[in-house]
Write a new protein. Structure first.
Length: 300
């Protein structure tokens, strides 16, 4: 008859053999020597310690997140010693730096914004390009005198960098813990239609009340009376009433925007278009940016 004590002895022998075999690897041996812990305790966690050793040594030779070999990007699976050994994922310094750099995103609500623009940086804008100087000067002044500067209506040619430029300023404001929202207007309207039975009112109210709002590509939408009178107008009126900072980009100057806002399937509605233009004039200053289309790839 086999006794329980025999099974325990057999199990300890297996644990010890596995542990001793693992110690034949120099990296593993050096790793556990750093833990200042008894072999009797360590051998209970051999398989976990082997995984920790591999990830720890990966980190020793790592030069950045692009080279990370660990199971969770930017983390190492490491032991914590007490009466027992527990294991947790710990961020490396590369991951901490990345998280700190992009931590501002928690202060921005995005509606259909590309990854490139989410990461836009004002310092990376090429200020030598002809046609950009007025916009850059205005935005730089806005950043330095946020409280006393009106928002911006920035219009210009397609692909000249309007969205990237304004988003970079939004990102700078978010780094100062200012709550912002960015809405790519044509897509925002399409998505808003599908939210009538869910959070439709919440979205409208958020855009009215957020500290800084960026409406991107106004005039690029297929205009309807609903989009103009039930969405755009109350947002602009609400922001005017509450003195909130607003940015707008468009391919259309004010005159062409007025024409766009006037024409619906119901006919020409100049008064309603004028109401919109009047609110835009009250909360923004107008700057043009005319330069080449940087989306067009150069031919070989």
């Amino acid at each position: 008859m086999i006794k329980l004590s025999d099974n325990l002895k057999y199990d300890k022998t297996l644990l010890k053999n596995e542990f001793e075999k693992a110690k034949e690897d120099d990296d593993f041996k050096n790793f556990i020597n750093r833990l200042s812990c008894s072999d009797e305790l360590l051998m209970k966690y051999t398989s976990y310690l082997k995984e920790s050793s591999i990830e720890y040594n990966n980190c020793l030779n790592c030069k950045g997140l692009s080279e990370c070999k660990n199971s969770l990007l930017g983390h190492a699976y490491l032991p914590k010693i007490s009466n027992i050994i527990s294991f947790n994922y710990k961020k490396c310094h590369y991951k901490k730096n990345q998280d700190s750099k992009y931590n501002y995103e928690k202060n921005i609500i995005y509606y259909n914004v590309t990854k490139e623009n989410r990461l836009a940086e004002f310092s990376k804008i090429d200020k030598r390009i002809k046609g950009r100087q007025d916009a850059i000067l205005y935005l730089n002044n806005f950043l330095n005198n946020y409280e006393n500067t009106l928002g911006l209506y920035l219009y210009g040619s397609t692909g000249c960098g309007k969205t990237y430029m304004v988003t970079s300023v939004i990102n700078e404001l978010a780094k100062k813990n200012i709550k912002c929202a960015i809405a790519f207007w044509p897509d925002f309207l399409r998505n808003l239609k599908s939210s009538f039975d869910t959070d439709y009112e919440d979205k409208i109210n958020y855009l009215i009340n957020v500290e800084v709002l960026f409406i991107d590509d106004l005039g690029g939408e297929s205009l309807t009376p609903w989009a103009r009178d039930e969405v755009l107008f109350p947002i602009l009126q609400g922001r005017l009433d509450k003195d909130k900072k607003t940015f707008i980009t468009s391919n259309l100057d004010k005159e062409l925007l007025y024409e766009h806002l006037s024409l619906t399937k119901q006919g020409v509605e100049k008064v309603k278009a004028e109401r919109i233009i009047s609110r835009i004039n009250a909360i923004t200053n107008e700057v043009s940016m005319i330069c080449k289309d940087y989306r067009i790839k150069k031919e070989n």
